[in-house]
Design a protein around this ligand. Structure first.
Ligand SMILES: Nc1ncnc2c1ncn2[C@@H]1O[C@H](COP(=O)(O)OP(=O)(O)OP(=O)(O)O)[C@@H](O)[C@H]1O
Length: 371
């Protein structure tokens, strides 16, 4: 499928800032796909979105939307000529215009009959029939954001950009609306880039997730790719919120505080040649997902249940190892363990992934698997 958006080597540094806000970012977005830009505060997500929208001009690289270059070293197409719709965190509806007038705003150059038809189409898309004559202050936050999405879609843009559109809404509205946004984008076949710092939101809404760190693209893939095969410890921590256990290589074994694991059981985010190099004993961390840690009540166990959080369908247990490390375990709410009691861990079905310490890595990491 053709790319609706393509970035090649896009970079941007604000005047007076010692480091670039966006550094050498490249990716393609297939037509009709939703991409989530995910990363911690200050990693450059909003700046990248603004570069795509045309609110900023990059100092390097090329941006192409629906096959047409919109910015490169010779060209800068202004935002209103990029066929891009925007949805902002604060909804940004015109307060003095009704819902119908807000929806019609971007359609002013079309004939009245077309505008009326598009407005009705947009209203139906977001299920707000009967609300046409209301003003924004007469709508809930979720309804305002649905109007903002419909307004962005009404001119049928090639691309919609959403900048943290759910962050001003309370949690129940957020969860319902993220599903609705996905359905509306899919129903209209619109390609979209969605900025968020919430990994759960990114995974729920997007076909592709691009994780950013310090202005750079750390990893891009489907939500499943990122969850199952993070290629750096940063992505593993940010996306999977896994546990990390210090591990030391001893021949074909990984030694840890919770016992030894044979190398066949461990995926290694490193060059497999390092593992066979008898002169280098690697050390680093084994990633263990919270749902893979299975605590079993055992009076003779040396792991202590320090705390537990009831999350509805599941518990999150905080388990303290003899060295004092806290591991998190997610279990079904049927697994009831008392705080202060001891447990042992069943790690027999665990999927482990090894991330070497940068100090002991002979060369830059390259993802390979020993599974
Ligand atoms: N107009 C500006 N002038 C100077 N520096 C800026 C400007 N806008 C952003 N920055 C800097 O660029 C970096 C990236 O900012 P950006 O807003 O893109 O991050 P972000 O990932 O969207 O963060 P957040 O999730 O907090 O919104 C930050 O260090 C920020 O301070």
């Amino acid at each position: 499928m053709s790319a609706s958006l393509s970035l090649v080597g896009v970079s941007h540094q604000f005047p007076g800032c010692p480091v670039p806000a966006v550094a050498d970012v490249s990716f393609d977005l297939a037509s009709g796909d939703i991409l989530a830009l995910l990363g911690p505060s200050g990693c450059g997500k909003t700046t990248l979105l603004r570069l795509i929208a045309g609110f900023e001009a990059p100092q390097g690289g090329q941006i192409t939307i629906a096959g047409a270059p919109v910015s490169n070293h010779r060209l800068y197409v202004p935002p209103e000529k990029r066929s891009v719709g925007m949805v902002f965190q604060d909804f940004a509806l015109f307060p003095h215009l009704t819902v119908a007038e807000n929806l019609a705003f971007g359609l002013q150059r079309m004939g009245k009959a077309v505008v009326d038809e598009r407005v009705q189409e947009a209203i139906a898309l977001i299920g707000l029939q009967g609300y046409e004559q209301r003003y924004p202050h007469e709508l809930s936050g979720g309804q305002q954001q649905r109007v903002a999405l419909a307004r962005a879609l009404a001119p049928r843009p090639n691309l919609v950009l959403l900048d943290e559109p759910l962050s001003n809404l309370d949690v129940q509205v957020r969860v319902a609306l993220r599903q609705e946004i996905r359905e509306v984008l899919k129903a209209t076949g619109t390609s979209a880039v969605f900025v968020t710092h919430d990994q759960e939101e990114a995974m729920a809404i997007a076909d592709q997730v691009a994780v950013m760190r310090s202005g750079q693209l750390e990893q891009q893939g489907t939500p499943e790719d990122l969850y199952q095969e993070p290629t750096s410890r940063f992505v593993a921590e940010f996306v999977t919120q896994a546990n990390f256990l210090a591990a030391q290589q001893r021949g074909q074994i990984w030694e840890t505080e919770l016992g030894n694991f044979s190398m066949e059981r461990v995926q290694c985010v490193c060059n497999t040649l390092w593992l066979e190099d008898s002169h280098t004993a690697l050390s680093g961390d084994l990633m263990i997902r919270q749902e893979d840690v299975v605590p079993v009540a055992d009076e003779t166990g040396d792991i202590v249940v320090r705390d537990r959080q009831f999350l509805g369908r599941e518990y999150c247990y905080m388990l303290q190892t003899p060295s004092g490390q806290i591991l998190r375990a997610r279990t079904s709410s049927r697994t009831q363990l008392a705080i202060g009691n001891t447990v042992r861990l069943d790690l027999s079905h665990v999927t482990l992934r090894f991330f070497p310490d940068s100090a002991t890595s002979p060369q830059p990491a390259e993802a390979t698997s020993r599974m």
